[in-house]
Design a protein around this ligand. Structure first.
Ligand code: GLA
Length: 714
């Protein structure tokens, strides 16, 4: 009956469902159960050290030995159950949690606590067979077949009902079990995008809620172009499956916002059930660092703490610590700088379905885990306890292999297990502090996916280039999002701020007038919040603040370009904004080639008590960024140390009067760091001189509690 009705009036039902889930979401507590969630206290006073464990895939007579081995390695935490829906509910409404009770009991006997996944990432075959339309549909309108994971439509009413039922049953069953300390919602939310009829109806309802009238929507999206004017809400299409793959950028950006909110509503719905039934358990979900389909800074309001999955060797060169570092900082920034945990830390050789990746020296697994801690992690959980014998991920190593032999990775992880508990008193209560922040604009990132400037454009590469330059000098760097307060920073780097609203313009002006130094780069201020091109002179709303006008630009295709700064030339590419500096604006660098040779490429505009630096291009050599970081920091009054040896990272956490300095060597060669101050080794208590020697893959955690030296360092 419901189905029949639904068939004939989808928009009405979906609109109601959308408004309903939207209002549910609004009731979710804004910031979880507490401000500044203390992960160590929550984990019964121990530094959270764990492994992702899948007891359902191993004979029960192996569990006790697993638990003993975990305990021997210092493991006090597991995450379990996130793909075990069919084991928890083998047939509709029949719940079997006994096996999980037994696993929890076996682990608890060794002092190991658990976060349980809500299993919605892996809906069972019986659910697909009963409701075939829960399958997600791709851009071309083709439904996925059963056989992967997270291939559901997150707006399908049958899937939502099944989700509510399993999450309710799970919360009811485990709400009083002391071995369960929290829940992880689903697994790596954020895709696939949804293109089924439920999504279309929900998108139409979302547009109606946002624009109220069709006239308003048509105006905002500029649908006069090619006569795309809509005369009924039901005419609004989903983006992309069009002739030539063209799309209205305004519609596409709103679709990205809609999908972001649909994902948030899905998480909020689960969070609300868990909080109502099991209020003493903490709530998190495992996220993906730089993954950008979701605005984590909004999603994370419903969580107690942020958790994410860190695979540095999967997609990074071994000694390149900047990518994972920036991801940690982004994850920390996505919940106002609060400490976080790594729910999946790379614990073995990556690969996936068909090909293996590259093996790393065992010592690197320890260095990467320490990097997480240095960047604010109060918990590290390795993926996975043991490599799977079955299914898609046979080519993805865990700590142990299928034979359970206590291999070198196990021994290394066991060594670190002892260390982290010794470090716990030092770590607890410390946080990462920084005077420098990178501003990430989710709307700009989405808008660039819709209309990348040139083939070579990569928003994240720019972030990393600036980030790396400050990190190379041992500075902590935060990540902030447009709606957050960034007034406390001295230096704010906002690469390619494509989409600028009046609110953001006002915040940036206040930041600069109050004494901050703002770094903008090419293609800033081009679009308004509707992804419509500005009618102002570029860089649009930021032109006055930046003290420059841009009347000409040159997208880099095959031509070579360079900029000259302080008598040195640096290669540059991707895009060339040809700057016309206003009165009082200095030119810091000029183009060195082509018909606009000699014209301004980089400018500095003093404004109020601060300044704006506009970099009209993307220099491609590290030498430029090293020079630039020194210049920008000097202007902002931020002290930077000298360059660290290549392959060595310095990062710090602090609390009143004490700073912990982490030195991490990602290379197999010994390195020496000229720290310039005397410290103590947090693990051994021994004093350490101003020159610190690090063995290959070595880690030092140093305590600086001398307040005079502390002042000197800042
Ligand atoms: C992700 C997932 C895990 C697993 C790992 C490694 O991070 O969350 O379930 O698939 O990748 O493949």
């Amino acid at each position: 009956m419901f189905i029949l009705k639904f068939k004939f009036r989808p928009i009405l039902v979906i609109a109601l469902a959308w408004i309903f889930t939207g209002s549910l979401a609004a009731q979710t507590p804004k910031s979880g159960t507490s401000q500044n969630f203390n992960l160590i206290r929550w984990n019964h006073g121990k530094f959270l050290y764990g492994a992702d464990y899948y007891p359902e895939a191993w004979p029960q007579n192996q569990w006790a030995q697993d638990a003993r081995r975990m305990h021997a390695a210092g493991i006090n935490f597991v995450r379990m159950g996130e793909f075990a829906w069919v084991k928890m509910e083998p047939a509709e409404g029949q719940y079997h949690f006994g096996w999980l009770d037994q696993a929890l009991q076996t682990l608890a006997a060794q002092g190991i606590h658990a976060v349980l996944g809500t299993p919605t990432a892996a809906p069972p075959a019986w659910l697909y067979s009963k409701y075939p339309d829960i399958a997600a549909v791709n851009r071309q309108g083709i439904a996925y077949r059963f056989g992967s994971r997270r291939d559901y439509s997150l707006l399908n009413p049958h899937f939502l009902a099944a989700t509510r039922a399993i999450v309710t049953a799970e919360a009811e069953h485990f709400k009083n079990n002391p071995a369960v300390i929290g829940f992880q919602i689903d697994n790596e939310l954020g895709n696939p995008y949804c293109y089924d009829r439920y999504c279309q109806a929900a998108f139409q309802a979302w547009c109606r809620k946002k624009y109220h009238t069709l006239a308003g929507l048509n105006r905002a999206w500029g649908t006069i172009f090619w006569g795309h004017t809509y005369t009924a809400w039901t005419q609004i299409p989903l983006p992309w499956n069009t002739l030539f793959g063209v799309v209205n950028p305004s519609l596409a950006l709103d679709y990205d916002r809609f999908f972001d909110q649909a994902t948030r509503n899905f998480l909020d719905m689960q969070a609300q059930i868990l909080r109502r039934i099991a209020p003493t358990k903490a709530i998190t979900t495992n996220e993906m660092g730089m993954f950008d389909a979701i605005d984590y800074s909004k999603l994370n309001r419903a969580l107690d703490f942020v958790a994410w999955d860190n695979y540095p060797m999967f997609d990074q060169r071994h000694a390149n610590y900047f990518g994972p570092g920036l991801s940690h900082d982004l994850m920390r920034g996505s919940k106002d700088g609060e400490n976080f945990m790594v729910m999946e830390e790379e614990g073995g050789l990556p690969g996936w379905t068909t090909f293996w990746g590259r093996q790393a020296a065992p010592g690197l697994y320890r260095v990467w885990a320490y990097q997480a801690i240095a960047h604010g992690a109060d918990g590290v959980c390795y993926f996975r306890w043991r490599t799977s014998r079955y299914g898609t991920e046979q080519y993805w190593q865990g700590i142990l292999d299928q034979d359970s032999y206590p291999n070198t990775r196990y021994r290394m992880i066991a060594r670190m297990g002892k260390e982290v508990q010794r470090l716990r008193p030092w770590l607890e209560g410390t946080e990462v502090r920084s005077q420098i922040a990178m501003l990430i604009s989710p709307a700009s990132r989405w808008a660039f996916h819709i209309q990348p400037l040139t083939k070579g454009f990569d928003y994240n590469r720019q972030l990393l280039a600036y980030y790396r330059a400050f990190r190379r000098r041992g500075a902590n760097v935060d990540v902030v999002f447009p709606q957050q307060d960034f007034s406390q920073y001295k230096l704010l780097i906002a690469p390619s701020l494509f989409v600028v609203t009046p609110q953001l313009e006002a915040k940036l002006s206040a930041f600069v007038r109050g004494g901050g130094v703002l770094v903008l780069t090419y293609r800033s201020g081009v679009k308004n919040g509707n992804n419509v091109f500005t009618a102002r002179t570029l860089p649009g709303r930021l032109a006055r603040l930046a003290g420059v006008e841009i009347h000409d630009y040159d997208p880099a295709t095959t031509q070579r370009q360079a900029i000259a700064m302080n008598g040195k030339k640096y290669p540059a590419g991707v895009w060339f904004d040809i700057l016309t500096p206003g009165a009082g604006t200095q030119t810091l660098a000029r183009y060195a080639r082509l018909f606009y040779r000699g014209q301004a490429a980089v400018s500095l505009h003093p404004e109020g008590r601060g300044a704006v630096i506009y970099v009209g291009t993307e220099p491609s050599s590290h030498a430029f960024y090293n020079q630039f970081a020194a210049l920008a920091a000097r202007r902002a009054g931020v002290h930077l140390s000298g360059l660290l040896p290549a392959g060595v990272e310095e990062a710090s956490r602090e609390k009143a009067g004490t700073r912990l300095i982490f030195l991490l060597n990602y290379t197999g060669q010994p390195k020496t760091v000229a720290l310039g101050i005397a410290t103590r080794n947090a693990l051994t208590g021994g004093s350490v001189g101003a020159q610190v020697k690090l063995p290959g893959y070595g880690v030092r955690v140093l305590i600086e509690s001398d307040s005079a030296a502390f002042t000197f360092r800042r």
